[in-house]
Design a binder for this molecule. Structure first.
Ligand SMILES: [Zn+2]
Length: 383
C-alpha cells in the first residue's frame, strides 16, 4: 500500500490524522428516535472522525436542494462536535427508481460540503437500493462524470451489480465507488478492473473483516446487516484486498436502530448495525494486532484515502496547530461497552469484545471535541 507515514508518538499515546467515513446513516429527518444528526455527529467525534458522508435515505429523501439545505443546517447545528456532516444526494426522486434528481442544482448548493470540497454534495447514492433501470443509471453516471462527483453504489446483488458498474465506469467516465464490498468474488472483479484502468474505488466495513456468518447464530439480529456477513474465505479475501490496495477504504455503514427494531426473530429484524464508535478499535485489533496491516496502512484506509475519494482537503501536518487528529491508546486492552455509546443506537455485535485502540481524544481544527475522560461512563481498565 502506498501511503506515507502518518503518526507521531505523544507520551503513552499515538497521534494520527482524524478519520473520514464515506458511509453513515444519520436518521434525521424522519427517524430521530434512531439517531439525530447531532447524536450521530457526537458518535463520530467519539470514534475519531472529522467528517462523515451521510446517505440520503432519510424521510424525506435527500433528493432536492430544499431537503439538502435543511439537512445541512442540522449538520451545522451539530457542529458543536466539530465533525463535518456531508450529505450524499439520492439518484432518483424519493428513491423510487423512476425519475432522476436535479443533481446539478444540488451540486451548487451552498452547503458545508461546498465550502470544503467545492461540491454541494459529497457524492450521489441510492444507498439501500440499487438503481436497476439501465437508462437512468447510465444517465446519472454521465451527470456525475460531468460534475466530477463520486457515484456511490450500494451494489445488490453484489457481484452482478459490480460487473455492471465496472462496465458503466469504463463507458461513461464516471468515478464509481462500490459501497460495502463483502465477497471474495467482488474483490477479484475489482482487482481486475483496477488493473485494466477502470475508475472504480470501493470500501468494506469493519464487520466484514472481523466477523463471519457464524456471528448471526450467536448474536442474532445484532449481526444482521445488508449485505449479510459472509464466509471465512470471503473475510480473508477482503483482508487481502485491503493489503494490496484493491479496497481503497474502510467505511462503517453506521446504521442505528432503536431496540424494538432489533427484537424478535432475526429474520424479521431491521438490517444494520452502528459502527462509528467501534470501527478503529475493531480494525486495529483484527488487522494490525492480527499482523495483516501496519498502523500506517490502517490510517491510510480510514483517514487518507476516503478524504481523497470525495475531494476533502487532506488532514494537514500532524504538527500543524490547526490540524485535526486523534490520540489513540494502542497498549491498553478494554472491553467494548455499548452503554457508553454517544450514538442513540445500541445495535452492535461488538459489545463485550476485548479490543485495543481506544480513542482517547479527537481534535478537530485545533479544538478538543472528544476526550475519553469526559465521559463518566468510560473507565479505563488496565490489564
Ligand atoms: Zn448504507
Amino acid at each position: 500500500m502506498n501511503c506515507d507515514q502518518h503518526m507521531t508518538n505523544e507520551g503513552a499515546f499515538v497521534r494520527v490524522p482524524a478519520f473520514v467515513d464515506l458511509h453513515v446513516h444519520f436518521r434525521e429527518p424522519g427517524f430521530p428516535e434512531k439517531e439525530t444528526i447531532a447524536s450521530g455527529a457526537r458518535a463520530a467525534a467519539a470514534g475519531g472522525y472529522r467528517a462523515v458522508c451521510m446517505m440520503p435515505n432519510t424521510r424525506p429523501v435527500i433528493d432536492s436542494v430544499e431537503t439538502l439545505l435543511a439537512v445541512d443546517w442540522l449538520g451545522r447545528e451539530a457542529n458543536v462536535t466539530g465533525v463535518s456532516v456531508l450529505a450524499a444526494a439520492a439518484m432518483t426522486m424519493g428513491q423510487a427508481g423512476d425519475r432522476l434528481t436535479g443533481l446539478a442544482a444540488m451540486d451548487v448548493a451552498g452547503t458545508r460540503c461546498k465550502t470544503l470540497t467545492g461540491h454541494g454534495v459529497c457524492g450521489v447514492s441510492e444507498d439501500g437500493k440499487t438503481l436497476e433501470n439501465p437508462y437512468l443509471m447510465e444517465e446519472i453516471c454521465r451527470q456525475a462524470a460531468r460534475l466530477g462527483l463520486a457515484l456511490m453504489d450500494h451494489a445488490e446483488p453484489e457481484v452482478e451489480t459490480i460487473r455492471r458498474d465496472i462496465a458503466l465506469a469504463q463507458r461513461t467516465g464516471a468515478r464509481i465507488h462500490i459501497q460495502h464490498v463483502s465477497l471474495a468474488e467482488s474483490v477479484r472483479l475489482l482487482r481486475e478492473a483496477k488493473a485494466a484502468g477502470a475508475l472504480v474505488t470501493c470500501e468494506t466495513a469493519p464487520h466484514y473483516i472481523a466477523l463471519t456468518s457464524e456471528a448471526l447464530r450467536e448474536m442474532g439480529a445484532n449481526a444482521k446487516m445488508n449485505p449479510p456477513l459472509a464466509s471465512e474465505d470471503d473475510r480473508l479475501a477482503l483482508i487481502e484486498g485491503l493489503r494490496d490496495g484493491t479496497i481503497d477504504c474502510i467505511a462503517t455503514d453506521h446504521a442505528p436502530h432503536e431496540a424494538a427494531a432489533k427484537e424478535g426473530p432475526a429474520w424479521q429484524a431491521a438490517n444494520g448495525i452502528v459502527g462509528l464508535e467501534t470501527a478503529f478499535p475493531v480494525c486495529y485489533t483484527v488487522l494490525v494486532r492480527g499482523g495483516y496491516l501496519t498502523l500506517d496502512d490502517l490510517v491510510c484506509l480510514m483517514a487518507i484515502r476516503p478524504a481523497e475519494i470525495i475531494g476533502l482537503p487532506p488532514p494537514g501536518d500532524l504538527e500543524d496547530p490547526a490540524g485535526s487528529y486523534v490520540l489513540l491508546d494502542l497498549e491498553t486492552e478494554y472491553e467494548i461497552d455499548k452503554n457508553t455509546f454517544r450514538s442513540k443506537g445500541r445495535n452492535t455485535p461488538f459489545h463485550g469484545m476485548s479490543v485495543y485502540g481506544r480513542v482517547m481524544q479527537t481534535v478537530i481544527d485545533n479544538r478538543v471535541v472528544y476526550a475519553a475522560t469526559m465521559n463518566p461512563a468510560t473507565t479505563l481498565r488496565s490489564t
